[in-house]
Design a protein around this ligand. Sequence first.
Ligand code: FO1
Length: 314
Amino acid sequence: MRVAALAGGTGAAKLLRGLAAALDASALTVVVNTGDDAEVWGLRVSPDLDSVMYALAGVLDTGRGWGRADETFRCLSAMAVYGAPTWFTLGDRDLATHLVRTRALRDGQSLSAITAQLCRTLGVAARLLPMSDDAVRTTIRTPEGRLGFQEYFVRDKCQAEVVGIDYDGADRARPAPGVVEAIREADLVVVCPSNPVTSVGPIIAVRAIADALAAARAPVVGVSPIVGGAAVSGPAGALMRARGLPVSPVGIAHAYAPWLQTLLVARDDAACAPELAALGVRAVPTDVMMPDAERERALARAVLDAARARLPLQ
Ligand code: FO1
């Protein structure tokens, strides 16, 4: 079964680890958000690509959900002495990834080419594709002005009032090579439990990707990142409200209309099923939390079962 998955960072990485264990990992193509990418100390950082890459390589710091395990921060301390900004905590091992990526980009390589090379080196069997080789930057509009996503999320700890979200560059961005083909040729498209506004939102803001999803012949199965009216992690609630979406699986279905067919929701959210059905989405209540590797694999199996079942709408 060829699987194409749309992914952000932390939540997606867990489900993808489960899918890579449940499937032949080489049959898995992951289309990853790059709207969170940032320039730090002159280096190009791609947090979601790196979280997914490190998770599938078995070197992710699973406590933080980002960065590398066995990390040290000696360079960060030295940068503080020089008065450089240190709110974005780059670890020493992680820094090697950003150095290699930045040098390759400066040498004219594409982000997708350098991602493939990094993945090969780290032994990742799945294919990781940035959503685009063109720059798309998620920008948060606040009453005081516009903030880059990492300034809003990491530096300001999501304190700012959000009045809107922009995906700068998305209107001109082309999908990275292989993205549209992966969606077109997949037997299953999975939407990982990622923030619908700042993780999956930038991916589907690339017009040709949204068109490919709308035309996909495969079932499209999502996992809700919202449980009991709140995000499992991160600021999805505030961002969904700013977009006028209800903070519930219904909001997820609205965000992914008209191409989402099935949504795995928390058992406590099973009462949403009729509202989801009205939007053309079949609800599958299940255990969507992934506190350990066993639950990651169980949720991945539930996604594959939901795709195979293709039950009629309730
Ligand atoms: N998240 C934080 O909350 N604080 C950090 O200092 C931080 C540093 C960081 C460094 C490299 C990297 O790849 C990710 C990092 N993240 C950090 C996570 C990341 O910015 C967000 O989780 C994602 O952008 C949201 O998907």
